[in-house]
Write a protein that binds this ligand. Structure first.
Ligand code: GTP
Ligand code: MG
Length: 327
């Protein structure tokens, strides 16, 4: 494969080259891995996009929002990349079909690039693939990279760790449902967007937005926020209401964070996090390969049979890896 040619094409913003490049970083083949690292090195890290995370439960309107919001941005001449991150088990075939039709216009827009999530369930692999896909989109000169994830499990925490601004899309709901929103997820949000604020749902959406605004005020203040953030707003992916206001709020928050050093500090902290995480994953992967894997299987049988204690068996595996038992 001509890596330097591919790198040049990605840097020139060629979307087909970008699609091939993302396929390369997604590949699990060891020879592809080496090429992927060479490619990432060749495209450089000198360009930055605004990384927007977007999360929300199935059916809340993520795809519809991305279509409306993305078209609004491309309408201003901005180049928008959309990456989806989903633990594959959370995806039904129906939603993938739904995505295609709900983002049809954005998918055809020459200023947009849409990449559905790969069918790989393992979270560590997905996190790395997404980070590398983001880096490729930045190298390709995209202004905004939207990272979408469905609101289940660890994928939200992962996306929050790799975006500059985290948007939480919510449905209009009664007070009881609001109680059910996990605090940890609320704490990650920079903006809560109550979608479907249109037609018969408008008044419920407005009440829901006020409820979330109240709930956000009860959370501990974060250093990376100006006084008025995090915020809750109403939007409608269907009518476009509130979409410009949401973009303006994002812009204001980005500007404040840049001026106050939080933008760079957050990116630095995220890089440190992923560095440690890669080391951790790399160490853990040793256990999935022989000889450790075979040794563990042998010892597991003895542990189950009660002929060796779990602790002694673990110490034996660690010793074989040259590690003292952990204290
Ligand atoms: N009234 C109204 N309906 C909406 C709006 N946005 C989305 N919907 C509808 O809500 C349903 C789900 O929308 P999607 O955009 O597919 O939602 P999603 O969050 O991408 O769903 P998954 O991909 O399954 O997680 C569809 O029937 C949409 O037409 C909105 O702003 N107003
Ligand atoms: Mg969708």
């Amino acid at each position: 494969m001509d890596i330097s040619g591919m790198a040049a094409a990605v840097r020139a913003g060629d979307r087909r080259a970008l699609a091939r490049a993302v396929t390369l970083v997604e590949s699990a083949r060891p020879d592809h891995r080496a090429q992927a690292l060479a490619l990432l090195d060749a495209v450089g890290r000198d360009r930055q996009a605004l990384r927007l995370g977007l999360s929300g439960t199935p059916g809340v309107g993520k795809s519809s929002f991305i279509e409306t919001f993305g078209l609004r941005l491309t309408g201003q001449g901005l180049r928008v990349a959309v990456l989806a991150v989903d633990p594959s088990s959370a995806r039904s075939g129906g939603s993938i079909l739904g995505d295609k039709t709900r983002m049809e216009r954005l998918a055809r827009d020459p200023l947009a690039f849409i990449r559905p999530s790969p069918s790989r369930a393992q979270m560590g692999g997905v996190a790395r693939r997404t980070r590398e896909a983001v880096a490729l989109c930045e190298a390709a000169g995209f202004d905004v990279v939207l990272i979408e994830t469905v609101g289940v499990g660890q994928s939200e925490t992962m996306v929050a760790q790799l975006c500059d601004i985290f948007l939480l899309l919510m449905a209009p709901a009664g007070g009881d449902e609001l109680q059910g929103v996990k605090r940890g997820i609320m704490e990650m949000a920079d903006l809560i967007l109550v979608n479907k604020a249109d037609g018969a749902l408008l008044s419920t959406a407005t009440r829901t937005q006020a409820d979330y605004a109240g709930a956000l005020r009860l959370l501990r203040r974060r250093p990376q926020d100006p006084d008025t953030f995090p915020k809750a707003l109403c939007v409608s992916a269907a009518t476009g209401a509130g979409i410009d206001a949401a973009w303006a709020e994002i812009g204001a928050l980005v500007e404040w964070r840049r001026e106050n050093g939080h933008w760079a500090a957050t990116r630095a902290a995220q890089a440190a996090h992923w560095f440690a995480e890669e080391v951790r994953q790399g160490l853990l992967s040793v256990l999935d390969r022989d000889p450790a894997r075979a040794r563990m299987a042998r010892l597991a049988a003895r542990v189950a049979a009660g002929t060796i204690s779990p602790e002694a068996a673990a110490a034996e595996v660690l010793a074989a890896l040259g590690q003292p038992p952990s204290g």
